[in-house]
Each structure stands twice: as C-alpha cells, then as structure tokens.
Design a protein around this ligand. Structure first.
Ligand SMILES: *[C@@H]1O[C@H](CO)[C@@H](O)[C@H](O)[C@H]1NC(C)=O
Length: 149
C-alpha cells in the first residue's frame, strides 16, 4: 500500500514530462514557419534599396512643386523604377500568412507611382500634386510591412 502511494507522484511526473515534451514539439513545429537566414538576408538587402528610393522623395517633392514634368518622369523611370521589384522580392520572403496583405499594400504604392507618371505625362498639375501625396502614403504604408530585425 505504501509502495503504491509512492508511485502516484512518479506517474504524475512522467505524465507531466510527456505533456511538456508534446508542448515543446508543438512550438517547435510552429517555428518551422519562421524566416530562414536566406529570407532575412534578401529582405534586408531589398529593403536597403527600397530606403534609398524613399530617400529621393524630397527631390521628387521639389520637382512636383516646380511642375517639372520631364525630371519627375525621369526620377520615376530611373531611381524609383526598381521599387516595384524590390517590394515583390520582399513579399516573396515574408511569412506566408503576411504575403497577401503585403502584396495589396505594395500595389497601392505601385499604382500611386503610375498615377504620378501619368499626371506628369499629361502635364496636369493638380493631379500631379495629388498623386505625389499618394506616393508618400504608399512609401509610409509599405515601410510598415518591412520586418524590423
Ligand atoms: C495607405 O494606407 C491607407 C490605410 O490603409 C489607405 O487608405 C491608403 O489608400 C494607402 N495609400 C496607398 C497609396 O496605398
């Protein structure tokens, strides 16, 4: 009888151990959905380029304010041209559950840039100013998508 009573805690301990091992295994599985070193390296490289493009915004603002149609378009098709591709690469290396939302936000910036280009092409000043505002919002929006390391 005494022997049996002493066994109870042992059984409980073994049971608790098993349960915690199962719990450990379960959290180990959820870690499989984390970013690899390769994902992180690609995201940090592409986001550095994205930041360089974002740094050109004050220059773009000045061109927009001066209604400089030609140089506005040059900036869009030059230094800002790769922004769409950079966001695409970043999106592809985010956690799968974050990709759809990230793509939608990236589309917002891409369409703002095409709108700005179109307004410059049509030499429509009001539209140019509005589109510039959207471009700024688009950069702000997408900046929140980039994971902080
Ligand atoms: C930025 O995000 C806001 C809030 O979600 C949204 O209303 C707006 O359309 C976005 N702007 C662009 C240019 O994507």
């Amino acid at each position: 009888m005494v022997f049996n009573l002493r066994r109870v805690p042992t059984v409980s301990l073994v049971l608790a151990l098993c349960l915690s091992l199962v719990a450990c295994d379960a959290s180990g599985n959820s870690q499989a959905a984390s970013m690899s070193d390769n994902d992180i390296a690609i995201i940090s490289r592409q986001s550095a380029s994205f930041r360089l493009a974002e740094d050109r915004l004050p220059e773009l603002a000045e061109l927009v304010a001066n209604r400089n149609w030609v140089f506005t378009r040059n900036l869009i098709h030059g230094p800002l041209q790769e922004v769409g591709r950079e966001m695409l690469y970043i999106n592809q290396h985010l956690l799968p559950e974050d990709r759809d939302q990230a793509s939608k936000i990236a589309e917002g910036l891409k369409s703002a840039l095409s709108e700005l280009d179109e307004a410059a092409k049509l030499q429509d000043g009001d539209r140019l100013t509005r589109a510039y505002g959207k471009v700024v919002d688009g950069f702000v929006n997408y900046s929140k998508v980039i994971p902080v390391q």
